[in-house]
Design a protein around this ligand. Structure first.
Ligand SMILES: Nc1ncnc2c1ncn2[C@@H]1O[C@H](COP(=O)(O)OP(=O)(O)OP(=O)(O)O)[C@@H](O)[C@H]1O
Length: 122
C-alpha cells in the first residue's frame, strides 16, 4: 500500500502544479499572453494615474477574472481536443460556449476600465 504523504507536503505539491499550469498558460496561450500584457499595461496606468483603492480593487478583480476564465476556457479546449480531435458540431458548441464565458468577463472589464480611466481624460 502506498504511504499517504503529510497534508502540508501534499498542499505544497498542489501549489507547485498550479504554478506550473500558470506558466504553461502564460508561455503557450496567445490569448493569455495578450491579456497578461494588457494586465501589465493597465497596472502601470493605475500607478501613473494614481487610481484610488476602490479602483485598484475593481481593476485587480477584473484582471483575475478575465485570466482565470481564459485559463478555464483553455482547459476546456484541451479536453475537447483530447476527447474528440476531429470536427464535431458538439465540440464546436462546447468551445463557443467556453469562449462566450470569457467574453462576458472581457466586456465587463472594458466597461470598468472606461469608468476608471475616461474621467481622467476629461
Ligand atoms: N473539433 C471541432 N469541431 C467543431 N468546431 C470546432 C472544433 N475545433 C474548433 N472549432 C470551432 O473553432 C473555434 C475556435 O476553436 P479553437 O480551438 O481554435 O480555439 P481558439 O481560437 O484557439 O480559442 P482561444 O483564442 O480562446 O484559445 C471554436 O470556438 C469552434 O467554433
Amino acid at each position: 500500500m502506498q504511504k499517504k504523504e503529510p497534508f502540508i507536503i501534499n498542499r505544497i505539491k498542489s501549489v507547485g502544479y498550479a504554478f506550473k499550469g500558470m506558466l504553461i498558460l502564460i508561455k503557450t496561450e496567445a490569448s493569455i499572453k495578450v491579456q497578461f500584457t494588457i494586465a501589465i499595461l493597465i497596472t502601470i496606468a493605475g500607478f501613473y494615474f494614481e487610481i484610488s483603492k476602490t479602483e485598484w480593487i475593481a481593476q485587480l478583480v477584473m484582471i483575475a477574472m478575465v485570466m482565470s476564465v481564459e485559463g478555464m476556457n483553455t482547459a476546456i479546449e484541451y479536453i475537447a481536443d483530447f476527447i474528440h480531435p476531429e470536427y464535431h458540431k458538439k465540440i464546436g458548441l462546447i468551445k463557443d460556449v467556453a469562449a462566450g464565458a470569457v467574453f462576458f468577463a472581457g466586456i465587463i472589464s472594458v466597461i470598468i476600465a472606461g469608468i476608471i480611466y475616461i474621467p481622467k481624460f476629461l
